[in-house]
Structure formats: structure tokens, C-alpha cells
Design a protein around this ligand. Structure first.
Ligand SMILES: Cc1cc2nc3c(=O)[nH]c(=O)nc-3n(C[C@H](O)[C@H](O)[C@H](O)COP(=O)(O)O)c2cc1C
Ligand code: SF4
Ligand code: FES
Length: 571
């Protein structure tokens, strides 16, 4: 391709950052003659290259865009179009010290800042996946290497000091997110707090990699049969049976097959996958290797959200240690892809586009991922928690009746809880220590921003897929966000509407326009109820449900509708 650029040379730092991912540039005439096709086959390196530049220099300048375009033989507009898709990339001016402050639902209900309260220089952020220590923030210092840190229980004074150049102190240990740590009855969380998450010998001594050996002995069909018998369903939100998904991929003739572990975890109120990775990374690696046996893959990708610095480092270190021991790399290996701030990239086809170096926009289905997925090949996409059930299924013949819930808000001990399905909502809240002293239950947001508000009358709800579905609700990704009498419900709905408007990829009209109209109607309703606006809100919500391409638009009205109907907000 004859790439037209503005002719401004990149800085040495920009060039070095690009080279760190793409290697040194070949001589120019060689590039023109034979390099173009090769360069375009490396398009999947675009996202890591953008990260490298943004990490090192604090932004992605026009000169850097042009340089990346030349190196990958893409149009500069295309590179810019990808970079501008992601919230964590700075494009207008260098920002060597960035402070992202969560302004989302749990944090604002826990006394956090809102967009209007933020000091100049701080960026409002959607949920940072740290809701158990809400309000939260994420601070990035560009450089070589870049420094990324997160903080909980953040005050306005903290934010001010970080905007002025400071950084958060050390994080609490990963086990702090699991109030049940050490309980001998735990299955998925059983190693939390008992062993050093990165001690490979301790993992192996604790039956680590036994399930993988068994899977290799049993073979794909038997593994799939065991997973089917266990009743394991997806924990990423849709609840699809895992064994059926694997069988569908396994039986495809096209090769190679791919496995994608979805660790994007951006549903407001969700932090279980972060907790699993930070506390038990080898178990995820082993689980992926078993999924690879079942689906016939020799390579897996983990797509992990960019706002999870500790989970990212932990996973990369664990993968490296497994490679050195020969546990990865021979027959199966894993690539980690870091997201860059886009909720939509957790959608199972948007994730493919993001990994491949395109805008993270969902694809139309069919074809389904098991037919045409990552790089056009049959692909199994599974959530972290889903995968991490599998070793237990194989070793202990476990029925998959336990699952994780993310408790946040007005409870005594917020955190990740493992329970057997069938527990009631109130029993789960009691497990988290009950309501904070002085709190009276106003509402629970069940399933996240894409879920529903329920009220005190629903406390006997049995948290089981069928029961919850029959009640017109969803467990989603296991969010249980508890609000007391102090919550401002209209403020919550405003924030949820803003979240969906912001995170819509804009590809299809019902969602692109609907999320804007929904937010406008809520603003008007907040100013004074009019029957016309309520009717409009319902019309728009129905249109999004019926006609949106993907789950984002299809669920963008759920929480708002439930607040209007069940909680009588705006009545
Ligand atoms: C907007 C949107 C965001 C999503 N985000 C995630 C996510 O962060 N993690 C996840 O596992 N699934 C997410 N999903 C669900 C995935 O599309 C997919 O169903 C899931 O990864 C499949 O894995 P499972 O069968 O193990 O649940 C999202 C779906 C939508 C529509
Ligand atoms: S529903 Fe929304 S997020 Fe999904 S494809 Fe359409 S515009 Fe994009
Ligand atoms: S970390 Fe703020 S809402 Fe989740």
C-alpha cells in the first residue's frame, strides 16, 4: 500500500516503543518491495503497539499514528480509528500522569466523586472492577516501564493529591477481596489466602495440573461428556452450556481452532474474575489447557481489561513460569492481550475484532463464534470463572452448583463470595455480614448495569438460573449491589444511562440513537415526571431490546425498566 503520511518523524521514544513490539524496521526499499503483505499479517500487533506507545510517552501523537501506519502498512486514518475507539489511549495531548476516577454506580453510592466533582486533570471512569473497596481510582504514569496502580476507599483529598503528581500506596493483598478466604468448604476460591498465588511448586503440590493430566488421558470426548454431566453453564452472563459450546468447536472441520478466555470484566459491579486471576493464576492456565484438549486448540488468548494491572502482571508471570517448567509452550501456549478501556470488547465477537487489530465492534451472528471466530476460525470463548470450574469437575466429579457473587454497597463485608446455587438473596446478603449498621434495604441491583433492580419484597428470591429467569431477572455476571435508604435512585439511573450511551460502539442505530434518547428522557424525567417521557422511555427501550445487534443494546433498558416498574422511580 502507498501509505500517505504527514511526513513528521516520530520521536526516538515513539520509534523505540513501536520497535519493542514490531521489531526494528526493515530497510525502507525492502519494505516497499516485499514487506507490505507481511506487515498486514501482523495487524493483530496493532493493539499491543498502541499500548507500547501510550505507555511510554503518555499519548499517541499524529507522528506515532503515521509511523505505526507505515510499519503495519495501514492507512493512518485506520490506525487513528482504532486508537480513538479505546478510552485509555490519549490522542490530543501527552498525559504522562493520568488519574482515572470511578464515577460509576457503586462508587457514587459509596460517597465517591461524580463527573461534576472531579478536579481538572482527573478523568471520569466507568466501573474499575474494584467495587469491594469503592470508591476507587486507577493511576497511570507513562515511562519505560510505565507504572500502573489502583486504589480503593478513595477520598476527594486523595484524588487532588494524585492529580498533583502523587501515586496511590501499595494495594491490599489479593485475598482481601475474599472475606471467606480459608473456609475449607470452598471449591473455586479454596486456594485464596492459603498459598502464594505465584508459587508454582505450591500449586503443583495442591493437585495442580492433575486435572490436565487426566484430561489428556481421557481425551476430548470424555472431557466434554464430564463437563456436560456437571451441568456447567457460562458465568460470563449468557449462561450457555459449556460442554455444548466445546463440542460445537471440536466438531468443526476448519482449523486451527482457537480458545479465548474472556477476562474483560467490565460489567459495573463485577470483580470476581480479577479476584480469581490475582489469587489463583495457575488454575486459570491449567483450565485453559484442559479446554484446549476438549476443543482441539493449540493456542489460547486471554483478553484482560487494561484497568487490572495486578491481575495482568500476575498472569504474565505465571505464564512465564509455566513455560520455563515446560508446562506451556509444547503443544499449547497462551497469549495475553491487554484491553484498553472498552466495555463492549467483552462481547464475544467484539473481542475477536479487538484482538485482530480492528475496532472492537460486535459482529453479526450467524455465523457464530464456534463456526467463524477469531481469525475466521472456529473459536470457543469462555469466561474466567467458567473455565476455572473445569479442573474441579474432572477431579472431584463436581456438579457445577457453586458460583461466585460480587457483593458490594451497603453490606458489612463486601467482596467475592462462593455459594451453592439455591441460596436466597437475603442469605447471601447475610453471608456478607448483613446490612451496614443503620442501613435499611432500599434496592439490590442484581446482574449489573445490564441486570435489574429488585426490592425488599424479593429477598426470598432463590439465586438459581431457572428461578431467576422465571422471575424475569438474570444473575448475569454475579453482581449483587446492595443499596440502602440513602441511595439516590434517580442519580443511579442517570449514571446507568450515561454508561450505556458512552459504551455503545455506535455501529447499529437502535443502540446508538436509543442510548442517547434514553439518557435524555431520564434527564427530563429527573426534572419532573411527564407521562409522555415515560412512554417514550419504554418505546425506546423496547426498540433497543428488539433491534440491537448485540447484548449491549438489548440490555441497556433492563435496569431502568426495573427501577420504573419494581421500584416505582418516577412515579
Ligand atoms: C456488552 C457485553 C459485554 C460482555 N462482557 C463480558 C465480559 O467482560 N466477560 C465475560 O466473560 N463475558 C462478557 N460478555 C458475555 C460474552 O459475550 C460471552 O457470552 C461470554 O464470554 C461467554 O463465556 P461463558 O460461556 O463462559 O460465559 C459480554 C457480553 C456483552 C453483550
Ligand atoms: S447494540 Fe450497541 S454496542 Fe452492540 S453493536 Fe449495536 S451499537 Fe454496538
Ligand atoms: S469500582 Fe466503582 S463502580 Fe465498580
Amino acid at each position: 500500500m502507498d501509505v500517505k503520511t504527514r511526513g513528521v518523524a516520530p520521536t526516538e521514544a515513539e520509534r523505540a516503543a513501536v520497535d519493542s513490539v514490531l521489531g526494528a524496521a526493515p530497510p525502507r526499499d525492502l519494505h516497499d518491495v516485499v514487506g507490505g503483505h507481511t506487515n498486514r499479517t501482523r495487524r493483530h500487533l496493532l493493539l499491543p503497539t498502541l499500548h507500547a506507545v501510550n505507555d511510554r510517552t503518555g499519548w499517541i501523537s499524529h507522528a506515532a499514528v503515521d509511523h505505526i501506519a507505515e510499519r503495519l502498512d495501514l492507512g493512518p486514518a485506520e490506525v487513528y480509528g482504532i486508537a480513538s475507539f479505546y478510552a485509555l489511549f490519549q490522542l490530543s495531548a501527552p498525559a504522562e500522569h493520568q488519574v482515572h476516577v470511578c464515577v460509576d454506580v457503586t462508587c457514587r453510592a459509596n460517597g465517591g466523586l461524580t463527573d461534576d466533582d472531579l478536579p481538572d486533570g482527573a478523568h471520569p471512569s466507568p466501573c474499575l472492577g474494584l467495587c469491594e473497596r469503592a470508591p476507587s481510582a486507577f493511576v497511570v504514569d507513562a515511562g519505560e516501564p510505565a507504572h500502573r496502580s489502583v486504589a480503593g476507599h478513595v477520598t476527594a483529598v486523595d484524588v487532588r493529591s494524585w492529580v498533583d503528581g502523587g501515586r496511590p500506596g501499595p494495594e491490599a493483598p489479593p485475598a482481601a477481596a475474599v472475606p471467606q478466604a480459608g473456609d475449607p468448604s470452598l471449591v473455586l476460591l479454596r486456594r485464596v489466602g492459603r498459598t502464594d498465588p505465584l508459587d508454582l511448586d505450591a500449586y503443583i503440590a495442591d493437585r495442580g495440573f492433575e486435572a490436565l493430566a487426566l484430561a489428556r488421558d481421557l481425551g476430548a470426548e470424555a472431557v466434554i461428556a464430564a463437563v456436560n454431566d456437571s451441568g456447567l453453564t457460562g458465568r460470563g452472563g449468557a449462561g450457555f452450556p459449556t460442554g455444548r459450546k466445546w463440542e460445537a468447536v471440536r466438531s468443526q472441520e476448519a482449523t486451527p481452532h482457537h480458545l479465548v478466555c474472556n477476562a474483560d470484566e467490565s460489567e459495573p459491579g463485577t470483580f470476581k474474575d480479577r479476584t480469581l486471576i490475582e489469587n489463583d493464576p495457575y488454575a486459570l492456565i491449567e483450565s485453559m489447557a484442559i479446554a484446549a484438549v476438549a476443543t482441539g486448540c493449540d493456542h489460547g488468548h486471554v483478553y484482560i481489561r487494561g484497568e487490572y494491572p495486578r491481575a495482568l502482571v500476575t498472569l504474565e508471570l505465571a505464564i512465564d513460569r509455566c513455560r520455563r517448567r515446560g508446562l506451556l509452550g509444547d503443544g499449547f501456549d497462551i497469549t495475553v492481550v491487554r484491553g484498553a478501556g472498552a466495555y463492549i470488547c467483552g462481547e464475544e465477537t467484539a473481542i475477536f475484532n479487538s484482538i485482530e487489530g480492528y475496532r472492537g465492534e460486535p459482529r453479526n451472528k450467524p455465523p457464530f463464534p464456534f463456526q467463524v471466530g477469531l481469525f475466521g476460525k472456529p473459536t470457543a470463548v469462555n469466561n474466567v470463572e467458567t473455565l476455572m470450574n473445569v479442573p474441579h469437575v474432572l477431579l472431584d466429579g463436581h456438579e457445577s452448583r457453586h458460583r461466585l457473587f460480587c457483593l458490594s454497597g451497603a453490606v458489612v463485608r463486601p467482596g467475592v463470595y462462593e455459594v451453592r446455587m439455591g441460596i436466597t438473596l437475603w442469605e447471601l446478603i447475610e453471608l456478607a455480614g448483613g446490612l451496614r449498621p443503620g442501613s435499611e434495604l432500599r434496592t439490590v441491583l442484581l446482574g449489573g448495569a445490564a441486570g435489574h433492580f429488585v426490592g425488599p419484597a424479593d429477598l426470598d428470591l432463590v439465586l438459581d438460573h431457572d428461578e431467576v429467569r422465571d422471575a424475569g431477572l438474570t444473575l448475569g455476571s454475579g453482581v449483587v449491589m446492595v443499596h440502602d435508604q440513602h441511595v439516590d435512585m434517580v442519580d443511579q439511573l442517570r449514571r446507568i444511562a450515561a454508561f450505556f450511551r458512552d459504551e455503545s460502539c455506535g455501529q447499529c442505530v437502535p443502540c446508538r440513537v436509543g442510548t442517547v434518547r434514553q439518557e435524555e428522557a431520564i434527564e427530563r424525567l429527573a426534572a419532573g415526571v411527564t407521562a409522555g417521557d415515560l412512554a417514550l422511555l419504554r418505546d425506546v427501550g423496547q426498540a433497543m431490546k428488539d433491534a440491537s445487534i448485540c447484548g449491549l443494546g438489548q440490555t441497556a433498558f433492563n435496569a431502568i425498566e426495573s427501577a420504573v416498574d419494581r421500584m416505582e422511580v418516577f412515579s
